[in-house]
Design a protein around this ligand. Structure first.
Ligand SMILES: C[S@@+](CC[C@H](N)C(=O)[O-])C[C@H]1O[C@@H](n2cnc3c(N)ncnc32)[C@H](O)[C@@H]1O
Length: 265
């Protein structure tokens, strides 16, 4: 099994899943909505997390179609099998087949970014598409982070110190900070056509979905970041208070959604 650094077994994972869904689902649904999903399609929602995208797809393909939601650890998926919506524990880096392939649509948000074998996984996903099928990969571009509003520059400095420490730590664990910007070309090299990409980012004050994602990530990796000397406990206390300060407004992560189609023939 692949080691996934933001382990779903951690108590902060539930908040992160909810934050990701509230922050990015509207954009994801807008992107997927442009593909002309029809009743009868067979879809794979890879690394389905909390399960909202799988449920949205199931409504579109209706009982005439099938949606398979896979996850290496599906404990937060908000349902089990419901008619044509199926949940499976599955590691995409392993050799186990997915019985419902080939797919009309495969969507994965924030999954390949974590996988050191992401290029091999992308090729595998292309092989699981039927001719004319769509691959949609949505990933964070971790090369940008900024603050929209703060009362003092010290707050900006602390937020940026934390985010750079967090990103350095997850990069050491195999997360690619630049993959989001490499997906388009990788899809092209894999033979996909009708490529497109677009991004979404939002101001994220206290209590917003983007702030919830920052807070749960910070909380989950606090022990590792303090132990490694990247931040002190005192800095961490100030940082966590910053996430509750209504005047402090960082950016969310920038999500880049890239799509390509397997040629019809
Ligand atoms: C950051 S979460 C994103 C969840 C969801 N896609 C979303 O955006 O709301 C990444 C998800 O990918 C799953 N995952 C990680 N490695 C995986 C693998 N090798 N195969 C399948 N799922 C995996 C994790 O368990 C987790 O649920």
């Amino acid at each position: 099994m692949t080691k996934y650094i933001l382990d779903n077994a951690d108590p902060n994972a539930e908040d992160r899943m909810a934050g990701l869904e509230r922050c990015y689902d509207p954009f994801t649904f807008q992107r997927l909505g442009q593909l002309g999903i029809e009743p009868g399609w067979t879809c794979l929602e890879l690394g389905g997390g909390g399960g909202s995208v799988g449920r949205w797809l199931a409504d579109r393909v209706t009982a005439a179609g099938t949606v398979v939601v896979t996850d290496i650890d599906p404990r937060w998926t908000a349902y089990e099998n419901v008619g044509h919506l199926r949940v499976q524990q599955h590691d995409i880096t392993g050799g186990e087949p997915i019985a419902e392939a080939p797919f009309d649509l495969i969507h994965a948000r924030l999954v390949l970014i974590h996988l050191p074998t992401r290029r091999r996984v992308l090729s595998k996903l292309v092989s699981l598409l039927r001719p004319g099928g769509w691959l949609v990969l949505e990933e964070f571009d971790c090369t940008r982070a900024h603050v929209y509003r703060a009362r003092e520059t010290g707050q900006v400095d602390l937020f940026l110190k934390w985010i750079h420490a967090f990103l350095a730590h997850i990069a050491e664990a195999g997360v690619s900070l630049t993959w989001a910007r490499e997906v388009y070309q990788t899809m092209s090299e894999a033979g996909l056509v009708r490529l497109d990409a677009a991004g979404y980012e939002t101001a994220s004050p206290a209590g917003s979905p983007g702030s919830t994602v920052h807070r749960s990530n910070a909380s989950q990796l606090r022990p590792s970041l303090v132990a490694s000397g990247r931040l002190t406990d005192a800095e961490y206390d100030t940082l966590m208070a910053l996430f509750d300060d209504p005047t402090f407004t960082p950016s969310s992560y920038l999500l880049i959604s890239t799509q390509g189609q397997r040629p019809v023939m």
